[in-house]
Structure formats: structure tokens, C-alpha cells
Write a protein that binds this ligand. Structure first.
Ligand SMILES: Cc1ncc(COP(=O)(O)O)c(C=O)c1O
Length: 394
């Protein structure tokens, strides 16, 4: 009766089973994984945000497939303050970044075609690809004091069916961006194999102190689509607004834009009030991003203090984003460790395998976590690790 593309394994993993049991029994736990900014006790400028809405124009419906010009212009102005000169004609608004991916998959890939994705990375790709009948070909990022791109396996993974190369820049959850050489390699690979480049830059506004991140915005040598959106840029995922910025050689660019316009016209999924509110909302990016950056920096400081106290744990160096990856001591199995931590200590962290981090020794924490929870959670995590190290030494 149902399409094969929806034949998912819906069995919950052991952590979800435990969390559900906690919920049913009313047991509270320390959640160090919350990445939904609206649930992290952040002090948003509520009145200013709400006053961006309630505009008389919200009662009109005059849909523009690529999104209302004023709204697209406001995104371009936002980037212009960051040194990019963008053309609103090359921008398409979508209801989410996930929807932006779907539009691009529809534009670039026929059923059975392949898209290159980084691994580790965030788990939604499997679903997005499956729902659009495209196949994923993962390419490896490996950790050697920092995250590096394995350029050779990336090239080896390309087949005549490959249509696009996705990068997540900075990546979730590794927080890694690219060196100048890797950046160049990506462009060369796309040129050599006629691939479109999709750069997911939703976390670009959140470099860590002393780090700089390089965007693919306005890339001109290859057909390139940069993704961004309010879910991270303003930490307002409930507003449901993202964008695709297309650039590249003129011949490809114009054709892509007309096709994307028709895809967007088929759904017209971006609502009018958010587009009317966008110029004012983006003007709040300064205070909102400072608030998020301050939370990230407090939590990173807590993690660095923790590493001093528990030297058996390593922090995997990252350049930006909302996550931190800790490598737990050799001999600990991340799967059992995260389950024990939840079951016995009521602390929830993500195991690395959720994101395809190899080695079975990683846990992933959200840097948006409430600072008190992070403090307490790290204390408990440290005790459990020290207990393990002691028993291993005996
Ligand atoms: C790297 C990355 N891209 C895209 C998304 C999805 O964003 P949106 O809420 O705009 O669909 C996420 C969600 O966490 C993400 O981590």
C-alpha cells in the first residue's frame, strides 16, 4: 500500500525508550542536548520581536514565487553589512532549510542520482534524500587534531550519477569549516565533474573566539547554492524562514533560477507575515546573536574547565556552531556510556553514532544548554568517567 520511500525503521533507540519512560514517570533529567533555542532559557528581546508583526500588509496576499522582493532585499542588506554584495534576484526564500534542500534536490537530481554529503554530519540528510528519491554518497571528514577533508575519497566517491556536492559550513556537529586548500579543492572537484555545490551555512554567524569562517556566498566559478535561515541566524526556528542564494557562471545561473522559481511557485510555502516582518527582524540580529554567542562562550568555558579536571577526556577542536564533541576515554563504549549516564545519573548527552562519528568514543553536547544544567551535567559526567578510569586502573 505504501511507497518504499516511507518504509522507515520506526523502532525507537534505547535512549528514546528511556526518555519516554522518564516522561511517563515524571522523572526529570538534565538535558545537555537541547538545541531548540526557544527551550534553552535564553532572554530573547520578546517585545521587539513581537512588534515586528501586526502589519496591515499581512492581510494582503500577493505571492511572489521567489519570495517578496522587500524580504529578499533585507536578507541581501543583512549580508551587505558582512561585506557581501548580493543580488536579490539570485535569492529564493523557503519555509526552512530542509525545504531548501528539497527544492535543490528536485532541481538537480533525477530519481537514483547521487549527492555527496559529509560524514559525520547531521542526521536529517537520510530522510531528505529518501523523500526526494536521491541517493547519498557520504565522504569522510577525519579528525587529526582538527577536522580534515579526505579529498581523495571524495573524488573516489564520484560516479556518473553524482550531481551535487553538499558541504555544511561550519558542519554540525563537528563545528568544522575548511582550510584555504580544501576550499579550492571543492571548487576544482565541482568544475572537474560538473557538480553543483551546496553550502549549508546556517551556522556561519557563530564562529568561536579567534576563528574565522569562509563562506561560499557569491562563488562565481561553479554553480553554487548557499543556504541560510532564521532558525540559526536569529535563533528563531519557529518563524520558518530560510533562503537559498544562487551564484555561478551566468548560463547555469539563469536557468537554475527560472527552474527554482517554478519549484517555489508550486508550493508558495513562505507565509506573508514573516516576509513583512523580515527587515525589522533582521535588524535584531545584533542583540540576538550576542546573546547566543555569550551562551556558547560560557558553556565552552565550562567545558574547558572540565577538561582540566578530567584530563582523560578530549575536546575535538571546532571552529564554530552550536555543538561540542567530547572524546571519552579508551575502553568506554559511547553507546553504553550514554545509556548509563541517562539511566543512573539522569543526564542526557548524544552518542557520536547519532551523527556517524566513528570510533564509538564520542559524546555530543549542545552549547545552547542552560549554563546551570551544563555545569551540573559536566560534574556528573566527570564523576562517572573518573569512576570508570579508577576501576580500569585496578
Ligand atoms: C546544518 C543544518 N542545516 C539545516 C538545518 C535545518 O534547519 P531548518 O530549521 O531551517 O530546516 C539544521 C537543523 O538543525 C542543521 O543543523
Amino acid at each position: 500500500m505504501y511507497a518504499k520511500r516511507t518504509q522507515w525503521d520506526l523502532n525507537p533507540n534505547p535512549l528514546s525508550v528511556k526518555l519516554e519512560a522518564f516522561r511517563k514517570e515524571g522523572i526529570s533529567y538534565l538535558d545537555l542536548t537541547v538545541s531548540n533555542p526557544t527551550q534553552c532559557r535564553l532572554d530573547f528581546p520578546a517585545d521587539e520581536i513581537l512588534s515586528c508583526f501586526r502589519q496591515p500588509a499581512d492581510l494582503n496576499y500577493e505571492p511572489e514565487p521567489k519570495g517578496m522582493l522587500k524580504a529578499r532585499q533585507s536578507v541581501c542588506e543583512f549580508y551587505s553589512a558582512r561585506g557581501y554584495s548580493l543580488d536579490p534576484d539570485q535569492m529564493i526564500l523557503t519555509a526552512s532549510t530542509s525545504e531548501a534542500y528539497s527544492f535543490l534536490f528536485k532541481l538537480l537530481a533525477d530519481p537514483g542520482n547521487e549527492i555527496l554529503i559529509p560524514t559525520p554530519s547531521y542526521p536529517l540528510f537520510d530522510y531528505l534524500a529518501g523523500l526526494n528519491d536521491v541517493r547519498l554518497r557520504p565522504y569522510q571528514l577525519f579528525y587529526d587534531n582538527h577536522w580534515c577533508l579526505d579529498v581523495q575519497t571524495l573524488r573516489d566517491n564520484i560516479t556518473p550519477l553524482t550531481k551535487a556536492l553538499i558541504l555544511v559550513n561550519p558542519n554540525n556537529p563537528t563545528g568544522s569549516s575548511f582550510s584555504e586548500i580544501e576550499y579550492r579543492e571543492m571548487i576544482n572537484i565541482c568544475k572537474d565533474y560538473q557538480l553543483a555545490l551546496i553550502s549549508d551555512e546556517v551556522f556561519m554567524d557563530f564562529p568561536f573566539e579567534g576563528e574565522s569562517l569562509k563562506s561560499f556566498l557569491a562563488e562565481s566559478e561553479v554553480l553554487c547554492f548557499v543556504l541560510g535561515g532564521l532558525s540559526k541566524t536569529l535563533a528563531l526556528p519557529q518563524m520558518k524562514l530560510s533562503w537559498i542564494y544562487a551564484s555561478g557562471p551566468e548560463s547555469f545561473l539563469r536557468e537554475s533560477l527560472s527552474r527554482l522559481e517554478l519549484i517555489a511557485d508550486t508550493y508558495l510555502s513562505v507565509n506573508t507575515p514573516i516576509q513583512n516582518a523580515l527587515p525589522k527582524l533582521l535588524a535584531l540580529s545584533g542583540p540576538i546573536q550576542s546573546m547566543i554567542q555569550s551562551r556558547i562562550s560560557q558553556n565552552r568555558n565550562l567545558i574547558f574547565d572540565f577538561l582540566q579536571r578530567v584530563p582523560e577526556v578530549d575536546y575535538l577542536h571546532a571552529q564554530g556552531g552550536w555543538s561540542a564533541i567530547l572524546r571519552i576515554p579508551w575502553g568506554l563504549d559511547e553507546d553504553k556510556f550514554t545509556l548509563t549516564l541517562l539511566d543512573k545519573d539522569e543526564v542526557y548527552v548524544h552518542p557520536g553514532y547519532f551523527f556517524d562519528i566513528s570510533g564509538n568514543r564520542s559524546v555530543v553536547l549542545s552549547l545552547l544548554t542552560d549554563v546551570k544544567n551544563m555545569h551540573r551535567g559536566l560534574e556528573i559526567l566527570g564523576k562517572r568517567i573518573e569512576g570508570f578510569v579508577e576501576s580500569r586502573g585496578k
